[in-house]
Design a protein around this ligand. Structure first.
Ligand code: ADP
Ligand code: MG
Length: 348
């Protein structure tokens, strides 16, 4: 895999101060859209499809031999997303995850080894981040209703805060079971499952011999190779301006995930309630506006973007600097951009 850092093969372009960006970022946005359109129409061998799934927009693009092959492959990818959603969604009653949430505090629940492995990976990220990433956040997170602008009240937070602790999730790999050692525990894989699904999709494309393509699901994107000899251009959204880019990144053969406080949120009495929850407080994490992580696979970048969002600039960058092959771009509450040391900061 080609690294994006070092004496840098990524140049962070376009963005210095978000506030000075008016025309530039619009231009960046246009360039991106134009690139997408050009590549999808000017050459018959680019194929692409988008659809709604996992509560977001899923998009696949690939450079393929024939329309038949491309369509079959994208069908397979679509099926895989559906399969994973059916297993891991907390909103689907028959999902394995819902069954776990109903039963695992009473007795160990037998589940697929795939679910065990993803939960194991989640617990590893919890350990790495001293609990900033924690799938048991949902013990309180489940009481947020962003559509109807409802947050848990203080008594709900107090009654369930103890349940937020990844150590309550006990997996037995041999028996393929999950058990919760606290009766109020509820888990949600929203911070990692989309990334995992993107990785599965990329696996399907790579196995079929695709050497240039991408899969994205909401804020999680993974690239195969480059775009006919040139890097892919990936835009990071401006967290506070609809349809504006904060920065454009030329990238190849990497995964990139963004977590922001603008995806699912409401504002009440001046407080922004959004979907990334600090496990310590049960409330929305407030230190930054968005975090982008670049790394080798989407499962990792998805989980880490949520993690670094909770940790904030200082602790977040400290974690990223410890992890080889991982880079970060953070937009703080003052809209200042912070880059991990291996990325090139924009020239003034
Ligand atoms: P998106 O789902 O918009 O791509 P993220 O990747 O940042 O955004 O994931 C946010 C999701 O992660 C939330 O919707 C929720 O399901 C889950 N989540 C929220 N807080 C935490 C946390 N502290 N640890 C693990 N998962 C979390
Ligand atoms: Mg994430």
């Amino acid at each position: 895999m080609e690294r994006i850092s070092g004496q840098p093969n990524v140049k962070v372009s376009c963005l210095n101060s978000l506030n000075s960006l008016n025309s530039l970022d619009r231009l960046c946005g246009f360039v991106c859209v134009a690139l997408l359109l050009l590549t999808s129409t000017a050459n018959a061998q680019w194929f692409e499809r988008s659809w709604n799934g996992m509560g977001t927009r899923i998009h696949v693009e690939l450079w393929g031999e024939t329309e038949l092959q491309a369509n079959e492959l994208i069908d397979q990818v679509h099926e895989e997303f559906l399969r994973l959603e059916a297993s891991m969604s907390p909103y689907i009653e028959s999902s394995e995850l819902s069954e776990v949430n109903r039963l695992a505090s009473k007795a160990p629940v037998k589940v697929s080894s795939e679910l065990i492995q993803l939960i194991k990976k989640s617990l590893q990220v919890s350990q790495l981040s001293h609990g900033a990433f924690d799938i048991t956040y949902a013990s309180i997170g489940r009481y947020y209703d962003y559509r109807n602008k409802r947050a848990p009240d203080q008594s709900q937070i107090e009654a369930n805060l103890e349940a937020i602790n990844y150590r309550h999730v006990v997996i037995d790999e041999q028996k393929s079971t999950i058990y919760f050692s606290h009766s109020h525990v509820y888990i949600d894989l929203g911070g990692i499952a989309k990334g995992y699904s993107v990785d599965r999709a990329i696996g399907i494309l790579k196995k079929a011999g695709i050497t240039s393509g991408l899969v994205s699901a909401g804020g999680d994107t993974r690239l195969i190779g480059n775009k006919l000899g040139k890097p892919w251009i990936v835009a990071i959204k401006d967290p506070r301006r609809e349809d504006a880019s904060a920065v454009l990144l030329p990238l190849e053969e990497v995964a990139i995930s963004t977590s922001g406080d603008y995806e699912r949120y409401f504002v009440q009495d001046g407080v922004r309630y959004h979907h990334i929850i600090s496990p310590k407080t049960g409330k929305s994490a407030g230190e930054v506006q968005s975090v982008t992580i670049i790394g080798p696979d989407s499962t990792t970048t998805d989980a880490l973007s949520t993690t670094v969002f909770v940790l904030g600039v200082e602790k977040g960058l400290e974690l990223v600097e410890r992890l080889p092959g991982i880079d970060a771009i953070i937009v703080d509450q003052q809209r200042k951009m912070h880059y991990s040391s291996e990325l090139t900061a924009p020239q003034k």
